[in-house]
Design a protein around this ligand. Structure first.
Ligand code: ZN
Length: 87
């Protein structure tokens, strides 16, 4: 089982469809039981929709995205990292 932190590491590749099938399966197994990762994924996808051009490539930057979305994603990410640390 992946940890929330590993899910965060894989998230971009997962959303981009670049994750190998076996990793996708592990990823989705975690999502099936972890609501905070599901929520994070949802806000991450919303961010991508809003700033698709800005999210391309490995040098991804949140700088060009609407501040409200950036704030929402960062808040979700912080919550996830904290819940991962409490294990
Ligand atoms: Zn999780």
């Amino acid at each position: 089982m992946l940890t929330c932190r590993e899910v965060l590491d894989f998230l971009m590749a997962y959303v981009d469809g670049e994750l190998p099938a076996d990793e996708v399966a592990r990823f989705e197994k975690h999502l099936a039981v972890c609501l905070s990762c599901v929520n994070y994924l949802a806000s991450y996808r919303a961010t991508i929709r809003a700033g698709k051009a800005a999210m391309r490539g490995p040098g991804t930057s949140l700088d060009k995205l609407p501040p409200d979305l950036v704030k929402a994603v960062e808040a979700a990410r912080r919550a996830l990292v904290q819940s991962g640390e409490s294990e």
